[in-house]
Design a protein around this ligand. Structure first.
Ligand SMILES: NC(=O)c1ccc[n+]([C@@H]2O[C@H](COP(=O)([O-])OP(=O)(O)OC[C@H]3O[C@@H](n4cnc5c(N)ncnc54)[C@H](O)[C@@H]3O)[C@@H](O)[C@H]2O)c1
Length: 345
């Protein structure tokens, strides 16, 4: 691809999610979709209105790897297939956008990062929420010190399924929240403690509570579940000046800033039961204006710019390694009934 030319893209995986990626890339004026690939021929109809007649449909991934027409490959297959597919794509000299989680292993993530780096290729991972304007707004608030000193973050990601056979609710759901917390705090947890259960009787956990110990005493807690009939997508960030709540399912007011707080600056004399109420500092509840924009469109645009080297890759292989090393530590902790485990760096 020349710096001004179109990016020639191929897609592997046209299941539930892949067609969404085909849609946003097909709407991007700087992209041409040259190939779509899925093991199931019947899935081609999911994208037939999104691609041109010239776009080649194949069930063989090798066709994409061997093509001299392709600059980049987008991978949206089950997590357990990512490692070999990403590796082959990079070895074939293609830039790669791979859905989360990059692989199911920290060492494998590292190997792919090194391969991309050595080959001068872009590796970007689908941590969709890093491209959500509400998350960007929270980052801005933290950087402007509107939250004050951060105490902790909590995230809830529950629903009934979608149950995946090749992985667990932890690998499937928690990468989003770990990636977001790492991004907001610009840090990686030092230790993790987690518990999990498998009420569905699967081999892998479908429910988990994960505690993250970040530097400076900041805590994170993530609850993921495939068995909860209540769908929740909520992130809370609690600081000493304010609390912010992001509810991804609230289309009207997804973000709310509560400028209420506990008066930590209270004098010793204030701290007695009678005066307790005076420690509560009341304040406004603000619903910041968040420009509604589909995160996936921003991902496609960001990928094009990152390949052209005119944007930072905020969702790169290193961020994927940081997510997977955190999950590996959580899995070790689960085996030890929740004892804190170090996150390898
Ligand atoms: N970023 C997000 O918000 C988000 C949301 C949903 C899913 N995802 C991710 O997207 C990926 C796919 O999820 P899904 O729900 O679409 O899964 P899916 O099982 O519905 O679809 C996967 C598709 O890949 C195809 N496939 C499998 N192996 C293949 C191979 N070797 N070559 C060609 N095609 C192959 C299958 O036939 C299937 O059509 C997963 O990694 C998932 O975690 C991300």
């Amino acid at each position: 691809m020349s710096l001004s030319g179109k990016l020639n893209v191929g897609f592997i995986g046209l299941g539930h999610w892949g067609p969404n990626l085909v849609r946003v890339f097909s709407n991007h004026s700087d992209c041409s979709i040259r190939y779509v690939c899925d093991l199931e021929k019947s899935n081609f109809k999911r994208v037939e209105k999104l691609v041109t007649d010239e776009c080649i449909k194949t069930t063989r991934t090798e066709v994409l790897f061997e093509s001299s027409k392709l600059d980049a490959i987008v991978i949206a297959t089950p997590a357990s297939t990512h490692y070999p597919l990403v590796k082959k794509a990079l070895q074939a000299g293609k830039h790669v956008f791979c859905e989360k989680p990059l692989t199911l292993g920290w060492q494998q993530d590292r190997e792919l990062c090194e391969l991309a780096e050595k080959s001068g290729l872009i590796l970007m991972v689908g941590f969709t929420f890093l491209f959500n304007n509400a998350i960007r707004k929270i980052k801005e608030m933290i950087e402007e010190n509107r939250m004050g000193q951060l105490y902790y973050l909590t995230a809830t990601r529950t629903h009934m399924g979608l149950v995946r056979e090749d992985t667990s609710a932890i690998w499937d759901l928690a990468p989003h929240d770990i990636a977001v917390m790492n991004y907001l705090l610009d840090a990686v947890p030092e230790r993790v403690s987690a518990v999990a259960s498998s009420p569905l009787g699967l081999d892998n956990p479908d429910v988990s509570f994960i505690n993250l110990f970040y530097p400076d005493g900041i805590l994170g807690q993530i609850h993921v579940s495939w068995v909860d009939s209540n769908k929740e997508r909520i992130l809370r960030v609690i600081g000493n000046k304010a609390r912010v709540v992001f509810n991804d399912l609230d289309g009207l007011e997804p973000l709310k800033l509560f400028k209420k707080r506990i008066g930590v600056e209270a004098t010793q004399e204030e701290i007695n039961y009678g005066d307790f109420k005076s420690l509560l500092r009341d304040g406004d509840i603000i619903s910041p204006n968040v420009q509604l924009q589909e995160p996936l469109r921003k991902i496609a645009d960001s990928f094009v710019h990152v390949v052209r080297k005119d944007a930072e890759n905020i969702s790169d292989g290193v961020s994927a390694c940081n997510v997977s090393s955190t999950i590996i530590a959580a899995l070790r902790s689960i085996e030890k009934s929740g004892s804190p485990e170090k996150v390898e760096q």
